[in-house]
Design a protein around this ligand. Structure first.
Ligand code: ZN
Ligand code: ZN
Ligand code: ZN
Length: 158
């Protein structure tokens, strides 16, 4: 399974399988937890899943508008927060944008590797060790975002 790979997003992989697995995981989670996976929520996740790149809320709105789903901004924002809340997508603070989760179904603290050239985002496992010595501070959430060049962009640069 592609999920076993430590970094998913930059390497060549069967992206159709990746999308299908993410949608299936979202379907299953929504069924198990009796969440409403409405057509707009599903479509927003599909849009995020099209590439391993972060999209801003307005990019998502543009896409919905192009498809004749003249969604109002609150509708898109609510769909995005639903996806983030249930772990189907993550918000990347640094970019003020959203990316589909590359490890659906697994509970994890994601770490993001962001290519500053092409905008690709890979999700790595990581973040702080929960057991790290934090001087008694109890970590509830961490944000790990690294900027750099993805393998493809490093090749172009040389
Ligand atoms: Zn993929
Ligand atoms: Zn994730
Ligand atoms: Zn790149």
């Amino acid at each position: 399974m592609a999920h076993d790979h430590p970094v998913l997003g930059f390497d060549a992989h069967d992206h159709a399988a990746c999308v299908a697995a993410a949608l299936a995981a979202a379907d299953a989670t929504c069924r198990d937890h009796r969440l409403k996976f409405t057509p707009i929520r599903r479509r927003v996740l599909e849009i995020l899943l099209e590439s391993h790149a972060a999209l801003g809320a307005y990019d998502v709105l543009d896409r919905l508008a192009q498809e004749g789903r003249g969604a109002q901004p609150p509708v898109a924002y609510r769909a995005l927060s639903f996806l983030v809340e249930h772990g189907f997508a993550h918000r990347i603070e640094r970019l003020n944008a959203y990316v589909a989760c590359a490890r659906p179904g697994a509970s994890h603290d994601p770490a993001f590797l962001i290519c500053t050239d092409c905008g690709a985002v890979a999700e790595a496992e990581g973040a702080f060790e929960r057991t790290a010595d934090t001087g008694g501070f109890r970590i509830a959430a961490t944000v790990m975002e690294a900027e750099g060049l993805c393998p493809a962009c490093q090749t172009h640069a040389t």
